[in-house]
Design a protein around this ligand. Structure first.
Ligand code: ZN
Length: 348
């Protein structure tokens, strides 16, 4: 019996060699062919299973030796299947199994900062030079911090110009319309002297166009201390404009109205395109508006239990998009949030 079986064992070993040659030469070019290989060799009725089932007929003294051979054959087949699968999935089709790993990789391009970030960082830097600290607050704000505390009580007509998005579940919460709400939070917690700037994103219920958007960015400033005057406000903003737009930039103030300041002003700078001669950007006036400002309304100081008899303050606010437009001549607000890489690449 043994001899008989040994002869058939020899035959089986020969047969395994034949299978191995077939496996080594196996090539695939489609997913179906890969699956055919799996079924033929590794399936439940496949060749590896049937060869392994020969084990039960092997005499005891040969079981160990034969077991090793069968296991090696099984591993060989499985590894070949993995290689075929890998080469197939790399390119979506079968390619040469040998890949040159020493080839240089594709370069990963380094991105650039968003133009609004570039300008905001520059603005923050300039005011930091004057001793302003950066304050931040929530973008979802309550009515008190966004409107009422800032002298914009309910039914105040100025609220109409700052229509925003309200949270359905609780209409007392809204997306802040300006970063003045952060100034309110600072005055709530801190006693004078207060000297902060508040950069951040703000929201308005506006139809999106080249000149308006439902969100934009502001940098606002607040300085409250004893003896703060309009002259301090003027000098602070003059310093900012010179640093931002160059030594030749001029400024002018026009009287204006804001509920949170008294007196209030809007500030223009000499046109950055024509230098004051007149062009389409400045509508041939030589001036472009960049910000609103004024002396903090005494009512506001009272709202935050700061004595208006002892302290005075100034505040200003400007749009980062506006400064960016004047610096880089961006003529459409929508470009900032469209993520067009051709636009973004220009700001290296
Ligand atoms: Zn101009």
């Amino acid at each position: 019996m043994n001899l008989l079986y040994l002869r058939s064992m020899e035959e089986l070993l020969k047969q395994i060699e034949v299978y191995k040659q077939e496996i080594a030469a196996y090539e695939i070019s489609t997913a179906d062919e890969l699956e055919n290989f799996r079924i033929k060799f590794l399936g439940t009725k496949g060749i590896v299973k049937s060869v392994m089932s020969e084990m039960k007929n092997v005499p005891l003294e040969n079981k160990k030796e034969f077991g090793l051979i069968l296991n090696a054959f099984k591993t060989y087949t499985e590894e070949r299947f993995e290689r075929l699968k890998e080469s197939f999935s790399l390119n979506g089709q079968q390619t040469a199994v040998d890949i040159d790993w020493s080839l240089p990789g594709d370069p990963v391009p380094v991105g650039t900062r968003h133009p609004l970030s570039i300008v905001r960082n520059q603005m923050v830097f300039i005011f930091k030079c004057l001793g302003f600290a950066v304050a931040e607050g929530p973008e979802i704000e309550d009515d008190w911090h966004n409107f009422t505390a800032l002298n914009l009580p309910e039914n105040h007509p100025a609220r109409d110009m700052q229509d925003t998005f309200y949270l359905n579940k609780n209409p007392d919460y809204l997306l802040r319309t300006h970063t003045s709400s952060v100034q309110a939070r600072v005055m709530e917690k801190q006693k004078p002297p207060i000297r902060v700037i508040c950069p951040g994103r703000v929201y308005r219920n506006e139809t999106i166009s080249a000149r308006a958007h439902c969100f934009f960015h502001q940098v606002e400033g607040l300085y409250v201390d004893e003896n703060v005057s309009f002259a301090d406000l003027k000098q602070t903003l003059y310093f900012f404009v010179k640093e931002m737009f160059g030594k030749d930039a001029k400024i002018r103030f026009r009287p204006s109205y804001f509920p949170f300041t008294e007196p209030s002003a809007e500030m223009d700078i000499s046109c950055t395109v024509c230098g004051g001669k007149g062009c389409s950007l400045c509508k041939y006036t030589g001036w472009v508006e960049i910000l609103g400002c004024g002396m903090v309304h005494p009512k506001l100081l009272e709202n935050f239990k700061i004595d208006p008899g002892k302290y005075t303050g100034f505040a200003f606010g400007m749009g980062v998009e506006r400064i960016c437009q004047l610096k880089f001549r961006v003529n459409d607000l929508r470009l900032y949030s469209q993520n067009d890489i051709r636009f973004l690449r220009q700001f290296t």
